[in-house]
Design a protein around this ligand. Structure first.
Ligand code: XMP
Length: 326
């Protein structure tokens, strides 16, 4: 499997081609895994969700999915993972709410790279702890896709999470979507019956809302990021922008300014809206929203999100600004 390359197959552009790929992979997964057990870190992102859905079809209860909620996910995401995989698809799902553990470790940490390292390191630790509780696991499944392989070959980033597991934890890898590109994974996910808001989800960084709560993360400011993000996503959905704009989110920076509400002085954070388009993420342009939508977003965010008294829009392309703030 490991030496198979994308040019060995026709690109998946239709539901029929996705179906043929799924049938082929289900047979290959059954042949590889036999009656052994498989473990999967299920983030709720497109790639790991598609791998989970394939493995549930191929080997059912021989798969155990572990969903680590690091407390930095978007509103509704952990619940959706539990509903779709635990309830609807009947997977063996271990749900770990590690929010306190992550937020305690991150308390007072301001440096962006240190924050990322803490989140990544803690994730591996929690996952490894859960894996040790399970008996007789031989395989580790991963949602590695072809761009991950290319990036790791080019030395840009080490692909995926298995890389960091402790030395004594040795698993054989199961990577059923490794020769696919993102758009193909989405077609396969749709064919597997996963919900649209999971399959067509916008990119979301591994450190989650942690990089959108710049500086030292506090629970109240993190909540303001999560609530404002949920409002933005709801309004983009309502206004037909959800599938059109490549990525959009909010950031709540760590400073306050004076405002006034109901005749009383406030001293609260601003909320920054970012909405961008791109093809390769090296260069991005800004999506200009209508005045009407901006006005509506300002109204909703300032009235519904505690701690926010201004809303700003980020008009900066990349370069010079990166997409995320940290
Ligand atoms: P930047 O900020 O580098 O972001 O312009 C480019 C794209 O990558 C996403 N991003 C990440 N994705 N882990 C990820 O899986 C990360 O640590 C990470 N950091 C940034 C970002 O959301 C944007 O789509």
């Amino acid at each position: 499997m490991a030496d198979v390359r994308p040019d060995s197959m026709e690109r998946i552009t239709t539901p029929e081609l996705a179906r043929a790929f799924i049938d082929e992979q289900l047979a290959a997964l059954r042949a590889q895994i036999g009656d052994k057990k498989v473990l999967l870190a299920l983030s709720g992102g497109v790639d790991s969700s598609v791998v989970a859905a394939m493995l549930i079809k191929a080997v059912g209860k021989q798969l155990t999915c572990v969903h680590v909620n690091h407390g930095l996910l978007r509103k509704g995401e952990p619940e959706q993972v539990v509903n779709v995989f635990g309830k609807e698809l009947g997977a063996n799902l271990v749900y770990v709410d590690a929010t306190d553990r992550f937020l305690n470790k991150l308390e007072g940490v301001t440096d962006p790279e240190t924050k990322r390292k803490i989140i990544g390191g803690e994730f591996i630790e929690v996952f490894a702890e859960e894996a040790r509780k399970l008996d007789g696991i031989d395989f580790l499944a991963q949602g590695t896709i072809w761009p991950d392989i290319l990036e790791s070959e080019a030395g840009i980033k080490a692909h995926h999470n298995a890389g960091g597991l402790p030395e004594d934890m040795k698993f054989e890898l199961v990577e059923p979507v490794r020769i696919l590109f993102k758009d193909e994974v989405r077609i396969v996910g749709k064919e597997l019956g996963l919900p649209d808001n999971m399959v067509f989800r916008q990119p979301f960084p591994g450190p989650g809302l942690g990089v959108r709560c710049p500086g030292a993360i506090t629970r109240d400011r993190l909540e303001a990021v999560r609530e404002s993000d949920a409002i933005l996503r709801e309004e983009f959905e309502k206004n037909g922008l959800a599938g059109k704009v490549w990525q959009y989110f909010t950031v709540v920076p760590d400073f306050k300014s004076t405002g006034v509400k109901n005749g009383k002085r406030t001293f609260d954070w601003p909320c920054i809206i970012r909405a961008i388009n791109t093809t390769d993420v090296m260069e991005v342009t800004v999506e200009h929203l209508s005045d009407e939508l901006i006005d509506h977003l300002v109204q909703r965010i300032i009235s519904e999100v505690p701690g926010i008294n201004r809303v700003l829009f980020d008009y900066t392309p990349k370069p010079p600004a990166t997409v995320e703030y940290e």
